[in-house]
Design a protein around this ligand. Structure first.
Ligand code: ASP
Length: 580
């Protein structure tokens, strides 16, 4: 028998018991005639004690144990003289009578402790050692619980988990596909699913009514942002539903996860239209942990000979509460921030509403104090506030101001990771114009249904057509999105036509789905949550890598197994592939 207990369970109640434990040597300390060892396993740490006076030979063996040796010991639970009340096993130790080395260990490349000296690359190369660290393992335990609670909630609501294939053909999420050559069909390729979108819709045609799957998806995208080429979704679809049914069901899932995992009661999730999100926050995923809404100033500032404002399509700003006392240096920092190329503003205008009631702006030359008073009123600013204004092309300016707003939120401590502010964003546009290809693209995917009252606009003003599409946003991050689908062939064909597909192209790529719609397709809709992202937000982490057991690096590489890698010529020949 390798163990009677784990390293996390013996307490003062077990005094006197003879026990056997197995685990890793986390640390050892020699103190005069005694040697102490911390024995670690997944469940915790138990202190072992070897005593020179009791058993010289055993003690000598104990002293030779290196870090990360795997050992098995037998001994008696005794009370510790110096207790550690921070851990459950901290009041006891094991007085060893028998020691067996199950496996020795080389010197590990970094410390297996919460605070490690290992850099990122090293930790990824030896990820199996990194995963031994309790802080990293806890993230995986959280992930497990989240998956478990997701399955509980959805099963309780009559969803069934159905696996869909991984070797398929292109799915329409708008990214590049990963492809897999088919040996049996020379010159032909499978694509890995960007999502199970078409399959889950087909399952609705099959009458499955409620489907979900915790599923791997694959998108060959640039990995600049916090993305992974393979990631996990909680993918769901329901029949005979309208948007409201979906929002309620999945708000329920979201609340269940918060309650069961974090013990937090989430109130009703507020809703905002896409149009308002863009107008007031310059983003389709506003962080509503804090207010600081945009105020548009075209009516207030134009016509005073200040060319920058007069020429701008949009003049818009935010009011930072209590920041009027910002120093010149702090304001310069903000100016530098908005001028960074990735933000792209040409400058920043400020206006201080000082505590003494005076108003001072960086454009005093053009605006009298009386006029500035109008700015103050437009923002509802109070004494002590600082107004920050950007001007230029509407879309670009809103985007830049969004960044500035988030930066101010950080500076003012409004973006606390333990505060959770979810939001539904509704009524997304159906289409967006892609300058590069000169074509309209589906903003969500081509199976998303337009709002019935907007269908007529498809011909006249495609950009104005709203979709029955929704996103769930948490703390400024999109965590899920979905739509009510088109479920009849005519509307689906019309959609493909507007997306610039010829009938043949549409048939070649998605004929199977259009055919299915002719055999009695129920009205249906669904949603998918980014499971990695959700886990990382729950864990208060900045990157999804930390909730993935074996993640890839920014070049899409697994440095531990060294993949991707070249393959042998015979393999290439078998696949009828020539590599340049
Ligand atoms: N398949 C969509 C996605 O991956 C989600 C959905 O529409 O249900 O974003």
């Amino acid at each position: 028998m390798h163990r009677t207990h784990t390293c996390g369970e013996l307490t003062i109640k077990d005094l006197g018991a003879e026990v056997t434990l197995s685990g890793w040597v986390a640390k050892s300390r020699d103190l005069g005639g005694m040697t102490f060892i911390d024995l670690r396993d997944r469940y915790g740490i138990t202190q072992l004690v070897f005593n020179m006076d009791d058993n010289e030979q055993l003690c000598a063996e104990g002293r030779k144990l290196g870090r990360e040796f795997v050992i098995k010991i037998t001994g008696k639970v005794i009370e510790r003289s110096s207790k550690n009340l921070k851990i459950p096993t901290g009041e006891i130790e094991i007085k060893i009578s028998k020691l067996e080395i199950l496996n020795a260990a080389k010197t590990v490349p970094f410390l297996i402790e919460d605070e490690t000296d290992g850099g990122d690359d090293l930790r990824m190369k030896y990820r199996y050692l990194d995963l031994r660290r309790a802080v990293v393992r806890k993230n995986m335990e959280l992930r497990h619980k989240m998956a478990h609670e997701t399955r509980n909630y959805l099963s309780n609501h009559k969803f069934i988990e159905v696996e869909t294939p991984v070797l398929i053909k292109s799915t329409p999420e708008g990214a590049r596909d990963f492809v897999v050559p088919s040996r049996m069909n020379p010159g032909e390729f499978y694509a890995l699913p960007q999502s199970p979108q078409t399959f889950k819709q087909l399952l609705m045609v099959s009458g499955f009514d409620r489907y979900f799957q915790i599923v791997k998806c694959f998108r060959d995208e640039d990995l600049r942002a916090d993305r992974q080429p393979e990631f996990t979704q909680i993918d769901c679809e329901m029949s005979f539903v309208e948007q409201e049914d979906i929002l309620n069901m999945f708000e329920g899932l979201f609340k269940h996860l918060f309650k069961s995992i974090k013990g937090i009661d989430i109130a009703e999730v507020p809703r905002m239209t896409y149009a308002d999100a863009m107008k007031y926050y310059g983003s389709d995923k506003p962080d509503i942990r804090f207010d600081m809404k945009f105020v548009e100033l075209n009516d207030v500032v134009k016509g005073k000979d200040f060319k920058v404002f007069d020429d701008a399509e949009l003049v818009v700003g935010i009011c930072a509460k209590g920041c009027a006392q910002y120093t010149r240096k702090q304001v310069d920092e903000l100016t530098d921030f908005v001028k960074k190329p990735q933000i792209g503003a040409t400058g920043l205008v400020y206006c201080r509403y000082n505590e003494d009631g005076t108003i001072k702006s960086s454009v005093d030359k053009f605006y009298s104090e009386e006029e500035l008073q109008k700015w103050v009123s437009a923002f509802g600013a109070e004494k002590g506030d600082l107004i920050l204004i950007l001007a230029g092309k509407a879309d670009k300016t809103r985007k830049a101001l969004n960044e500035l707003r988030l930066e101010m939120g950080n500076r003012l401590g409004f973006r606390d990771k333990n505060t959770f502010a979810p939001l539904w964003v509704l009524d997304f546009p159906l289409l967006e114009f892609d300058e590069e290809s000169g074509r309209w693209h589906a903003m969500h995917h081509p199976f998303t249904s337009p709002k019935p009252e907007d269908i007529a606009l498809l011909e006249t003003d495609p950009g104005a057509v709203r979709a029955n599409a929704y996103d769930m946003v948490l703390n400024g991050t999109e965590i899920g999105g979905g739509s009510i689908r088109i479920h009849n062939k005519e509307l689906q064909s019309l959609m493909f036509k507007h997306l610039g597909f010829s009938q043949e192209e549409a048939h070649k790529q998605f004929g199977f789905l259009m055919d299915a719609f002719e055999f009695g397709a129920p009205p249906h809709g669904g949603i998918a949550f980014g499971f990695d992202r959700l886990c990382s937000l729950f864990a208060g982490l900045d990157t999804i890598r930390d909730v993935i057991a074996f993640p890839k690096n920014n070049s899409g590489r697994d440095v531990m197994i060294d993949s991707p890698s070249t393959i042998a010529n015979e393999q290439l020949n078998e696949l009828s592939i020539a590599v340049k």
